[in-house]
Write a protein that binds this ligand. Structure first.
Ligand code: MN
Ligand code: MN
Length: 456
């Protein structure tokens, strides 16, 4: 059962919308290169649409729009529906953390007249991808007095950038015989940040010069790295790709492409929907949804309780009923079929770039292990919703059986007993510094997520 390419059905007007949406998405990607920046940008966009901080309100009524900001690293948007909360919500949930190099707590050192920042990589990366590429530093430094210094260096054309070096080709005979996993090892991912000594320093003169710049430009001392979260990410903006401009190459499509599709799908809901709509943008998915800002923390459940309290319908039992009655799309990118690596896929059950938003009944690895396996009944209802709304969709598995695998936040929300299925945009080069999507799939995701919010 082959699905057609979404572009073949577009009118001139549709194409215009696809390209306009892509521009808005690229702006979101370029402003949100970390989870913190994504939260900030999402709140900015939501406030412009009339969303208010849930905790600033004493009561709520149907039609109200609120957001919940969790520690500046995860955010949820809600539109209160006309039906009681006990009937459940329609939820779309994605994650806004992406693979990168995190600067260690004691990072700065000098070796052979070069100053370095030591890093610990975050998420599942191919380490050899991260050498020889301009990197930008983004993050927050928390000083002892409680002030936060925000860092973003390397995005403006006039900014300096940073890099991890690789061994020169001439001397890499031994290196090239190594397995991919160890061509570049984790501890080798140290970022060069300086090469000019401070004349009158006694020792570590290059490091001293770097510390001088940090002090002068940001008011940061070496000790302040102890309470900093600085992420090294590919420097530069997302770009159109292909002579036909059908694709986007950018950092962090996993999973900001689904996050942004969710945001647009929420903003397209006008007036008061039947069921309360919820958009979750979680942190820490790439390292197992852990920590206070990961999906395993209870902020979604807590927000639901706070909303019920403000609607005058909170009880422990009502909350349980609400959570188990929800319907959810766990929105995370799918592995796009790559003809260059055909042996990794099973073609009948693969997601193709351009054929629309993808549904994954299950993910997991080695016999579906760790996956949320969505109910057939729920998928049947979804097919009707997508077809009625004219959404181009496809279904897929995460590659060939026994080739590897992965998971999402789906299984965590399913713990409440709600219906959940994975759904996302196909990506090429997933988890590489620069990933590739097709604009049509983003467009179909927005349409599909919006239809789900209104009709599920
Ligand atoms: Mn993901
Ligand atoms: Mn991922």
């Amino acid at each position: 059962m082959e699905r057609i390419n979404a572009w073949t059905a577009y009118t001139e007007k549709d194409e215009k919308e696809v390209f306009a949406l892509a521009e808005r998405y690229k702006a979101y990607l370029d402003r949100g290169k970390t989870e913190r920046e994504c939260v900030k940008e999402t709140v900015r966009l939501a406030e412009a649409e009339g969303y208010k901080d849930l905790y600033s309100l004493k009561s709520l009524k149907p039609g109200d729009r609120v957001y919940v900001n969790t520690m500046g690293k995860a955010v949820q948007l809600f539109i209160i529906g006309s039906e009681p909360l006990e009937k459940g919500m329609n939820i779309i949930g994605a994650h806004i953390d992406s693979p990168r190099l995190d600067v260690k707590q004691n990072p700065l050192y000098e070796d052979s007249d070069l100053a370095y920042l030591d890093t610990h990589y975050y998420g599942g990366i191919k380490k050899y991808h991260w050498v020889n590429m301009p990197l930008a530093l983004h993050g927050a430094v928390a000083k002892k007095d409680g002030t936060i210094v925000e860092i973003s260096i390397g995005e403006d054309e006039s900014d300096p950038v940073f890099a991890v070096s690789d061994l020169l080709a001439h001397l890499s005979q031994d290196q090239q015989d190594k397995k991919g996993r160890v061509v570049i090892e984790g501890e080798a991912l140290d970022i060069i940040v300086g090469g000019k000594p401070l004349k009158d320093a006694e020792k570590d003169r290059v490091k001293a010069a770097v510390l001088g710049v940090l002090k002068e430009k940001y008011g940061i001392e070496e000790e302040d790295f102890l309470s900093a979260e600085i992420e090294a990410v590919p420097a530069g903006k997302s770009r159109d790709m292909g002579l036909d401009r059908s694709m986007i190459i950018g950092y962090g499509h996993d999973d900001r492409v689904c996050a942004y599709a969710e945001i647009e799908a929420m903003f397209k809901v006008k007036g008061t929907p039947k069921y309360t709509c919820c958009c979750i943008l979680a942190d820490k998915e790439e390292i197992g949804s852990v920590g206070a800002t990961g999906m395993r923390a209870r902020y979604f459940e807590n927000a639901a309780a706070e909303i019920m309290e403000r609607l005058g319908c909170y009880s422990e039992l009502s909350l349980r009923r609400c959570l188990s009655a929800c319907r959810m799309l766990s929105c995370d990118v799918s592995a796009g079929y790559d003809p260059g690596f055909a042996e990794a896929f099973e073609k009948k059950n693969a997601a193709f770039l351009g054929r629309g938003v993808c549904f994954n009944k299950y993910t997991g690895s080695r016999g579906k292990s760790g996956s949320n396996d969505a109910n057939a009944e729920f998928i049947g209802r979804l097919r009707a919703i997508m077809d009625d709304a004219g959404v181009a969709f496809q279904t897929a598995e995460l590659g060939r059986v026994d080739k590897g695998g992965g998971g999402t936040i789906a299984y965590i929300c399913a713990l409440y007993g709600m219906e959940v299925i994975d759904s996302g945009v196909p990506v090429l080069s997933m988890h590489a510094p620069w990933e590739i999507i097709n604009k049509a799939d983003l467009y179909e995701a927005v349409k599909g997520y919006n239809a789900f919010l209104l009709k599920a």
